[in-house]
Design a protein around this ligand. Sequence first.
Ligand code: HT7
Ligand code: ZN
Length: 854
Amino acid sequence: PTPIRREDYRPPDWLVPAISLDFDLDPARTVVRARLEVTRNGAHDRPLVLDGAGQQPLAVRVDGREVNDWRQQDGGLVVPLAGEAHVIETEVEIAPETNTQLMGLYASGGLLCTQCEAEGFRRITFFPDRPDVLATYTVRMTADRETFPVLLANGNRTGAGLLDDGRHWAEWHDPFPKPCYLFALVAGDLQANVGGFTTMSGRQVELAIWVREADLPKTEHAMSALKAAMAWDEQTYGREYDLDLFNIVAVADFNFGAMENKSLNIFNSRYVLADPDTATDADYDAIAAVVAHEYFHNWSGNRVTCRDWFQLSLKEGFTVFRDQGFSADQGSPAVKRIEDVRSLRASQFPEDAGPLAHPIRPESYLEISNFYTATIYNKGAEVIRMMATILGPRSFRAGADHYFMRHDGEAATCEDFVRAMEFGAGVDLSQFRLWYSQAGTPRVAARLTADPGGGRATLNLAQSIPSTPGQPDKQPMVIPLRLRLFAWGSGAAIGEEQLVLLDTPEKTIVFEGVGERPVLSINRGFSAPVIVEADRTAADLAFLSRHDDDPFARYEAMQQLMLDTLIERVSTGEADHGPVVAAVADTLADPALDRAFVGEAVLLPSESFIGDGMLVVDPEAIHAAREALRRDLGRKLESEWRAALADGADAPFALTPEAKGRRRLRGIALGYVAASEAKDGGAIAFRQFERADNMTDRMAGLVTLVNLAADEREAALDIFYNRYSDDALVIDKWFSAQALATRDGTLDEVIALAKHRDFTLANPNRARALIGAFGVNQRIFHAASGRGYAFYADQLLALDRLNPQTAAKLLPPLGRWRRFDEDRAALMRDQLRRIVDTPGVSKDLFEQASKSLE
Ligand code: HT7
Ligand code: ZN
């Protein structure tokens, strides 16, 4: 396959200001009639080229007359046209019920629904399937009344009626021109939770969350999140909703989290449905974040869309930044920042250090759906955050206002965004633009030398950016580092926090008024997505974990202390656990700290994160070192953990930040009690599992038991399964808990679970719950025998035949072979080669596997 290149962008030859679609809906055979008003864009004599995939044109008409001088090319349609403006009509037949890729029009749990981003619309009808062709849509749907009583599309419903053959119809019109990736329709037997919102200019908007009737009680949280997000966007960005109706529909089979189709968001049901018995606190938070994210796209994505898919981070990075701000304002900003950085380090840093590394604005791709990555989304958000930090809140808001005003109704580029920021703030971001073009996580070395006698300290900073595929040499970036010094004796801050822009390979900063030995707090708030290598001792880190006034830096000091201790143990077979135990004890004992923060701070780095800090990952040694530290912490602080476990355990369920914080800490404390190998560890976990009045506590009990060899393990798994066997989202948790276990025997259990009657690759949530979770289980996936790799490749190839996009998303764990010993690396490469050489492998999986071999 030939790659698509950013530099080859050309404006469309033909525009389509308006389209009318007529769907005769049936799961087995849906007829789609399209009427496109097309206009020539500029002076040229090129034919009209419409994208298509998988359909045959049953009829093609130009200006009302059937024509036959068209031809098919790469699945699309080429129609020669003589004039400047024409009306093109086409008719195709599609079969939603056989669409296992879940792109285009497909069937899910008795519904018919669409997913068009990035290139699904071409599977529905012939159209220029690119984001810079914006049309107004009129959509008529006809369907069986009993099976599909609800018919929804974008915009407003303009008509509906009954037909005499048991069918009915509805017509919808969306007045806002949009690219076809934002088109959506849904047909099904759904009920709505209806709400309302009055916008800042006093307009009434009807809000509806559509689900199966039985799920209606689980929609309240999503509804309140939606209202909160609408209000937040008005207050924070001055953005008002622009239609009279906003619909959300939940579907069970979905390739992603959700989709921001104009006024008809379609969601993976896991990001809509919640009640205390089935959803954890993390699920509740994720629902609010995803509802907000999709809503925010109405401006950052829909009103201002992307010119081409290389600009994807324009809408995704900015919208993630916006949803992170929303979630921070709803709860604890410090804990939210810690969670976001943890997930960036878990998914984006390894991507940036591996064979699939790419800049947030990539230069080429084979399959665009492979580029919905942590780099585009999460690093993209960090890049926007750095601009906000450099510009300050007022100028950043001025830049955002200018961006929305200047580009409303347009298909824009990342460059347009940066220019709007420069204009709004009156700054020059020329060098900063390198963040858009250079891949790889920069490293910053920091060395502080102090001369307390002379009253000064000198900080030497040096940046380096590792080479990444296709980018051997890098230029120095602009790295905004928030930093501050603290006095070792008193713990007091020395001077104010500074924002240093490290924009040269090296920089020296001199601090005056330093009377005591200073300790460096750097990259506070994680002001830049970089790896800092600061020469700080265990004592310095322990000091910061107690005294730093920036909560993120305090957490970071503790993490670094834990990480250094664990790496020392992996490398030498021993390490002094004392400083970690003391720092954890002090953190637990500090009554001023919010419990959710304490939970984050006392959690050990994951096995994968420890591996990321090593030259060659040794999964067994890492597991052993981490377990040893867990055991020590469990034993030495046993009474503290037991106290945390009792804190709030008898209080009835509440979703307040305080109650969530206590539950978080309880779950972590339970893990430590079990790790201490206390005799009653299994019994305590089982009691919590059984008595819980909410899924967070129950799941903490289950996850703890799944990792124990205790008798209660099997009992808990059976009870859980039987209790929730009708609830697919909870059964997903049952699968993942087992796939994430690190105990011996997990590999065989996962292989057996793939044959369980409830396991299916056809549902992406289920596939991710078992196979996806297994792929990130470092110790088990990397079993020295290579059986984990072979099993994984078998599953990916089977999944690829149904749903290439989901299969390709799961490939990266196999591509990390360079990080492992030669034996493991060879076994991983064997499986990658097997995938690449499989006849009929999809373009999606081929791209990921072949790049991973390079
Ligand atoms: N913009 C949406 C992306 C998306 C998607 C991409 C590829 C395949 C299926 C998909 N479903 C949704 C989601 C978002 O970022 O909000
Ligand atoms: Zn998005």
